[in-house]
Design a protein around this ligand. Structure first.
Ligand code: NDP
Length: 250
């Protein structure tokens, strides 16, 4: 498709809502052709209507790892290239440590970690052909310090930070930059679920956030746009906190 020759092409998983939607919005506003991926077709449709002609929706459950090679092949067939991948799709579950079943633990690891590996592997195969690309993982404060009652989530996000560094050392010499963003507490459905029913946790969050308020999805969008751009051409292997100081708060 000729459009892809003029424009950069990005994939944003979980681009239909929350942080992913804000990232997709930043990209499309900056004329980056953006493919949003998610399970809920209605959600994707609404997002596409909002984002306009630079946005394309591709429904896919990324936890079904077998579907990922096909997804990337379809994107390449249609758009010819992939310049940017944002691995943003993620799920969380708040539960006492001893109550978490193996199935629940596995489901979170598969969605938040295994899918990030499989998406990255397939996309890197394409990026290597051009020896260029930028991959951004979405990590979390749960990888910066110990948070109770989110054991699988913490394990998945901590592994993301390790994978960011391991991918960066292996792939940066081949022209592909790998970075992660560690959002602090950002106003989305995910945090509403985790904090609105738990005033003590909410108090703790604000108590250690020097800036004193929660971030907006747009704050993460700005960071993703920067990391994906040439302005960040010498940045690889970092986990960038965008957190109002939460990770260094006392
Ligand atoms: P939301 O719940 O608002 O969005 C999550 C997105 O991921 C949805 O669009 C959802 O779409 C998609 N998704 C979930 N599972 C799958 C799947 N199996 N296949 C495809 N898409 C999937 O959460 P946030 O926007 O808050 O979170 C986005 C990312 O940011 C996550 O990785 C989260 O861990 C991380 N994060 C968020 C923080 C916050 O404060 N909000 C803090 C730190 C990290 P659909 O339902 O259509 O599949």
């Amino acid at each position: 498709m000729s459009i892809a020759n003029q424009k950069r092409v990005a994939i944003v998983t979980g681009g239909g809502s929350g942080i992913g939607l804000a990232i997709a919005e930043k990209f499309t506003t900056n004329k980056i052709l953006t493919i949003i991926v998610g399970r809920d077709e209605e959600k994707l449709k609404k997002a596409k209507e909002k984002l306009g002609e630079c946005c394309f929706a591709m429904p896919c459950d990324v936890s079904k790892l077998d579907c990922i090679p096909e997804l990337i092949k379809n994107i390449i067939d249609k758009f010819g290239q992939i310049d940017i991948l944002v691995n943003n799709a993620g799920i969380n579950m708040k539960k006492e440590f001893t109550e978490v079943t193996d199935e629940e633990f596995q489901k979170i690891i598969t969605t938040n970690l295994c899918s990030v590996f499989a998406m990255s592997r397939e996309v890197v195969k394409e990026m290597l052909k051009k020896e260029s690309g930028s991959i951004i993982h979405i990590s979390s404060m749960a990888a910066q310090y110990g948070l109770p009652k989110v054991i699988a989530y913490s394990a998945s996000k901590t592994a993301i930070d390790g994978m960011t560094r391991a991918m960066a050392v292996e792939l940066s010499p081949k022209g592909i930059r790998i970075n992660a963003i560690a959002p602090g507490f950002i106003e989305t459905e995910m945090t509403a679920k985790a904090l609105n029913t738990d005033p003590e946790r909410k108090q703790k969050v604000f108590g250690r956030t020097p800036m004193g308020y929660m971030g907006k999805p747009d704050d993460i969008g700005e960071a993703a746009l920067f990391l994906a751009s040439d302005a960040a051409k010498y940045i690889t292997g970092v986990v960038l906190p965008v957190d109002g100081g939460n990770s260094i708060g006392f």
